[in-house]
Each structure stands twice: as structure tokens, then as C-alpha cells.
Design a protein around this ligand. Structure first.
Ligand code: AMP
Ligand code: ZN
Length: 438
């Protein structure tokens, strides 16, 4: 173990003015690389934009946004620079519909990414010498190899455990003394159920001391639930394939927002309707520009993720600004009975109930020409056997609390554990049957 406080003190605690100088120099380099790509080269020539268009960081606003469809239209490599020839790795985003989006990396890009993930893990409290079990899919998905190389760069024994096979995960945790674990939040409750079935106490029978959770939206209530079940701290990890994958923004030990690594990403938060910047501290869509990527620069990429800057400085001493947890995506809002609803609003109600497990599903259906929202909720096994009266009371209270939160009245169904479909990867929270039923 070493006693240093930061992975890279110089970068992580840089004065804002110096950080912005670094960003400006790197932004110019990014635009220059982008001009070499087929996609941006053509687009910027049309608009008369070039490196000289950038004199200050605000000049980024002269440049058009990039959206996921642009990556799909440029499939497979229209957004790569001539450095593509040096590419040694590619990843795809987990999108399930249409053309995947592909990102290529050369050795520089991979080294920079691994260093960011190591910095992120360190920032949350992992240290060289930790045993880091990475429970997620290896392959095109970035969470596998991204955390693998990051954990190794940190100096942790990094176990490429992969997804699923829960009993074997527990065996690995016990046999190798896992101290730090990465998993998606929806998987962790399932894992806990198997701990219980196997009679393994996470506090007494393992060395687990921290989790890194991310890759899908989750509420503070869900984090608390995970922390209470396991008796282990859980830190929020945010990333997306288009920006490498994990290692874009991460919570520090204060657990008060995610530091976004501003030496590597230029951050904007915009109103998704007007496309103008929101006021400092207001929620909007996160827009990112890569500042340290050679093969595939992306300029003003609209992530669709909704968040806000947390005002003020963090007591950990890092100067990179903090994002609030992602509250959802600007494209996962649905409208029911005239009310705009984000799935996370419903989750925040569900997760405050001790009886509720973590698997739930929102189904939108049309019954007799009326749209209905069903909220199907798995309970924890010890509560499902409760009396009919208690279950009815719980159901009623969920109906009221969800209605208070989203204004539309749901129909709530309480289910025993294991009834709802389980995903290997990210959880699917909403299924909309309405179009098909019309
Ligand atoms: P992918 O590129 O397939 O890894 O998916 C990236 C997307 O996953 C992001 O744009 C977010 O919508 C979501 N995501 C990743 N990490 C988090 C997190 N910590 N909280 C909420 N959503 C997340
Ligand atoms: Zn901090």
C-alpha cells in the first residue's frame, strides 16, 4: 500500500486557470485531429470552421453537436483520423436497436483510458494491493476490458470475473479475498440473495470493503439499499462507450457527486430543447468533447444523459467539477395520462421501501382505449410471505406515493422474487406496449 492521496496530484488538484489552459491547448489539438476525419473534415469545411476558430473554450459553441445518429451514419469508421491505421482495439456501445456505434483506439488512447480508470478507482478509495473483482461482460462492452486495464494500472490484482454465474462469483470473492468489486447495481441485489442462500455473511465471511457501481441509472435510495445489505460502501461510476467507457466521471470518498475528468473531457450541460447552456447548477443534458484521444475525437457529443453541476468545491481537494448522479436520459422519459415521467422517479419511491428488492418493471399498456401504467415490483423473499393485509397496505402506499411523485396513478403488482425477467447486462426498466396495441 502507498500513502499518497491522489493518483495524479498535479492533474487532479490543478488550479482552474491552469486546467482551462490545458483544456484549450488540447481542444485545439482535438479540432485539428477532427479535421483529418472524413466526417468532421467535410462538415467543418462546409461551415468554414478550423483550428483558428478556437481562441477560448467558449468558442466550442461555434461547432455543431455530434449525435449518436452521426456515428451510426459514419459506420464503421467515418469518424476516425488517419491514425486509425494504428488502432489496436475497438468497442461498441450496448444499444440494442439499429447500427451499433463503434469506437477505435490506438495504444495512446488505451493507455490514457487505463490511466483514467486507475485514477477513478483510486479516487473512490481503491489502492494498489487491493483485490479487484470485475463482474461485468468482457467483449465489445467497455466495462470488462476498461476496468480490467484500469485495475491493473492501479496495481490491484484484477480478477476478470465476467458476468453471471453468481455462485462462482461468491467463491472467487472468498477464495481470493476480493476487497473491491465492480458490478451493475441491478445485479448486486441478486448477488445478495445468493449470499443469503449460501449462508455467506458479506461482512463476516469476506474481505469486501467497497463497490463500484454504474453503467445504468440508479437512485441514491438504491445505493443505500446496496450499502445496507452488504455493509459495504458503493461509489458511483459513470462512463459511455463514445467517451471510452468507464473512467469519465467517478465519485470520490466524499460520495457527494462524480468528479468529471476535465483534463480529458470538455464538459457542457445544455437545455435539450433550446440547446443553450443551462444556468450553473441546473439540470440539463451532458455534452462532452474528447480532449485526449487520437484515433477518434468526438466534438460536442450529446450523451442524452441528464445531470447538473454540483456547485462549490469538493473537500477532497480535487478541482475537477462534480456532476450529480444521472437522473435519467432525455430520451427515456415517457408520457402517461399526460404526465412526463422518468423511470428514476418511480425507482426512488420503490427503493425507499424495505420490502422491495431491486428488480422492477414498468409496463405501459392500452386497456379499453385507456393508457395504463403497471409497476411490477419484486419483493424480498422474507416479506412476500407476509399477510394479505400487509401486502395490500404496502401496495396502496406504493400507488399513492408513486402518484404523488409522477402525478399519474399506477397499477402496482407485488411479485415474489425471481418473477420478472432478469438481464445479463443493463436492466430494462420500461416496456411500452401501447403503440402495438393501438
Ligand atoms: P454504454 O456506452 O453502452 O456503456 O452506455 C453508456 C450509458 O449508460 C450512459 O450514456 C448512461 O446512460 C448509462 N450510464 C453509465 N454509467 C451510469 C451511471 N453511473 N449512472 C447512470 N447511468 C449510467
Ligand atoms: Zn471529491
Amino acid at each position: 500500500m502507498n500513502n499518497k492521496e491522489y493518483w495524479n496530484k498535479k492533474i487532479e488538484t490543478m488550479k482552474r486557470a491552469d486546467l482551462e489552459d490545458l483544456q484549450l491547448a488540447r481542444l485545439k489539438r482535438t479540432i485539428s485531429t477532427a479535421l483529418d476525419t472524413r466526417y468532421y473534415g467535410g462538415l467543418y469545411a462546409e461551415k468554414g470552421l478550423n483550428v483558428d476558430s478556437i481562441e477560448s473554450l467558449d468558442d466550442i459553441r461555434k461547432f455543431p453537436f455530434t449525435v449518436k445518429q452521426d456515428l451510426r451514419d459514419s459506420y464503421p469508421d467515418g469518424m476516425t483520423s488517419p491514425k486509425k491505421r494504428e488502432s489496436i482495439r475497438m468497442h461498441c456501445s450496448s444499444g440494442t436497436t439499429g447500427q451499433p456505434t463503434v469506437v477505435f483506439h490506438n495504444q495512446h488512447d488505451l493507455d490514457a483510458w487505463a490511466d483514467l480508470v486507475a485514477r477513478s478507482l483510486f479516487c473512490a478509495g481503491a489502492r494498489p494491493g487491493d483485490v479487484f473483482q470485475n463482474i461485468c461482460g468482457y467483449g465489445l462492452f467497455t466495462g470488462g476490458l476498461g476496468f480490467q486495464y484500469g485495475g491493473e494500472t492501479l496495481g490491484a490484482l484484477t480478477i476478470p470475473a465476467g458476468a453471471g454465474n453468481t455462485k462462482r462469483q461468491i467463491k472467487l470473492i472468498q477464495d481470493f479475498g476480493t476487497t473491491v468489486m465492480h458490478a451493475i447495481p441491478s445485479y448486486l441485489i441478486r448477488l445478495y440473495d445468493v449470499f443469503e442462500q449460501e449462508g455467506v455473511d458479506p461482512v463476516k465471511d469476506t474481505n469486501l470493503r467497497m463497490f463500484v457501481i454504474g453503467a445504468e441509472p440508479h437512485t441514491e435510495a438504491q445505493r443505500k439499499k446496496i450499502e445496507n445489505l452488504f455493509g459495504v460502501k458503493a461509489y458511483n461510476s459513470y462512463g459511455l462507450t463514445e467517451m471510452n467507457g468507464p473512467g469519465v466521471a467517478f465519485e470520490c470518498e466524499e460520495q457527494s457527486g462524480l468528479h468529471i475528468w476535465e483534463d480529458s473531457y470538455l464538459v457542457e450541460i445544455i437545455n435539450p430543447e433550446t440547446l443553450e447552456p443551462v444556468e450553473e447548477g441546473e439540470i440539463g443534458e451532458l455534452v462532452l468533447t474528447t480532449l485526449n484521444r487520437e484515433v477518434m475525437p468526438l466534438v460536442r457529443y450529446r450523451t442524452r444523459d441528464l445531470t447538473r453541476f454540483i456547485p462549490g468545491e469538493c473537500s477532497c481537494g480535487r478541482t475537477h467539477r462534480r456532476l450529480d448522479r444521472i437522473t435519467g436520459r432525455s430520451d427515456d422519459m415517457f408520457i402517461i395520462k399526460g404526465c412526463n415521467v422518468f423511470p428514476m422517479q418511480i425507482e426512488s419511491v420503490l427503493m425507499k421501501k424495505k420490502e422491495v428488492g431491486t428488480n422492477y418493471l414498468i409496463e405501459l399498456v392500452t386497456e379499453n382505449d385507456v393508457d395504463e401504467m403497471y409497476v411490477k415490483v419484486e419483493l424480498r423473499s422474507e416479506y412476500f410471505s407476509d399477510s394479505y393485509h400487509d401486502l395490500e397496505k404496502l401496495k396502496e402506499s406504493l400507488v399513492h406515493q408513486i402518484r404523488d411523485e409522477v402525478l399519474a396513478k399506477p397499477k402496482v403488482l407485488l411479485l415474489p422474487p425471481g418473477e420478472l425477467p432478469q438481464q445479463e447486462g443493463k436492466a430494462v426498466r420500461v416496456v411500452d406496449y401501447r403503440e402495438a396495441q393501438r
